[in-house]
Design a protein. Structure first.
Length: 296
């Protein structure tokens, strides 16, 4: 077997472009049906440059999808009370169907209190305990965008039916690992979650039909951790120096994964899906609000 030539590259960029086109068409349709434009509010507190780039990109793509974008840039000194008051105003604003507070927040602000203050029906990040609970109990929920994007790529690669597959998730963060595991369980996979304290991580990964890696550790997953024919989703985004130049790489050594059935590249795999899924969630929140049918 040639270990290094078979894996199909899962093109997240292309998938996300198609998803954004479908969202744009749906936005037109719901506007025509209800006379109301779906709206997404994004709140940025402080000057974190990476967050500012994400927020600008979210604004651009929201407008491109035909939705209303409400951007709130607050100074770093904003108090908890001021931020909660803004969230409350957005909760009450009928033009806003989705609310996202960009994380991380400056250290003096409590992100959990802010997230729990968002109306769960507008919680397009899927971080509110109400949505976390609905996901855990297998009920309709607004779910976190990155694992939602991973599920879309998995189903596009493997088909809708993932039942009975052994999925291993590396990482147990609230943002990626835990909701990913819940979604895979809800899709009737057998799910193993490994983390930094797991004793036999390599052996567990080798048993995976589906391997989702979200550890934030460049080069963690080597070729011999991957079963032949597995589908590998690399969520990791790590900036490393190669020959003095800065490069973005995932958590999986891509060049050693040729014996996988398919793998997401970094960049160009999961990354482009996240904002597209944010807009998909905003549309879902809008549809629920207007009691329109939810697209599958
Ligand atoms: P996080 O909160 O730091 O969580 C990392 C998880 O990985 C933790 O559960 C940790 O275990 C586990 N871990 C760390 N080292 C490990 C090791 N050697 N073996 C096994 N597990 C290990 O990170 P996150 O927010 O989930 O993000 C993970 C990665 O995905 C990062 O690179 C991030 O940049 C990327 N990401 C990408 C997107 C995207 O749009 N593509 C979105 C979100 C995140 P413990 O719990 O035991 O500490």
């Amino acid at each position: 077997m040639d270990r290094f030539t078979r894996a199909t590259e899962i093109d997240g960029k292309q998938f996300a472009t198609g998803l954004l086109e479908r969202i744009k068409a749906e936005v037109e349709a719901v506007k025509a049906e209800t006379g109301v434009v779906p709206g997404l509010a994004v709140v940025l507190v402080g000057e974190d440059p990476a967050s500012a780039v994400y927020v600008a990109s979210k604004h651009r793509q929201t407008v491109a999808a035909g939705m209303k974008s409400f951007e709130h840039r607050l100074p770093a000194e904003t108090t908890q009370a001021e931020l909660l008051a803004l969230v409350n105003r957005l909760n009450l604003n009928p033009e806003v169907h989705g609310i996202l507070v960009q994380l991380p927040l400056p250290a003096h602000l409590d992100p959990n209190a802010v997230i729990q203050a968002i109306n769960p029906d507008k919680d397009v990040d899927g971080f509110h305990v109400s949505n976390v609970g609905h996901l855990a109990t297998g009920n309709p929920a607004l779910v976190p965008c990155t694992p939602l994007g991973c599920m879309m790529l998995l189903k596009d690669t493997l088909g809708e039916n993932l039942a009975g597959m052994h999925a291993v998730v590396v990482g147990k963060s609230n943002i990626v690992g835990k909701p990913m595991a819940q979604m895979l369980m809800n899709a009737h996979c057998t799910v193993t979650v490994v983390h930094s304290q797991t004793r036999n991580t390599a052996e567990l990964c080798r048993a995976a039909d589906i391997l989702v890696v979200a550890a934030g550790r460049a080069g963690l997953v080597r070729g011999d951790w991957i079963k032949t024919g597995a589908v590998v989703i690399d969520v990791g985004i790590n900036r490393i120096k190669v020959d003095g130049k800065s490069r973005i790489v995932g958590d999986v050594v891509y060049g050693e994964a040729g014996h996988a059935r398919a793998i997401t590249p970094v960049p160009g795999g999961v990354g482009p899906m996240t904002i597209a899924c944010l807009l998909a969630n905003t549309l879902t929140a809008f549809r629920r609000h207007h009691t329109l049918a939810i697209a599958a």
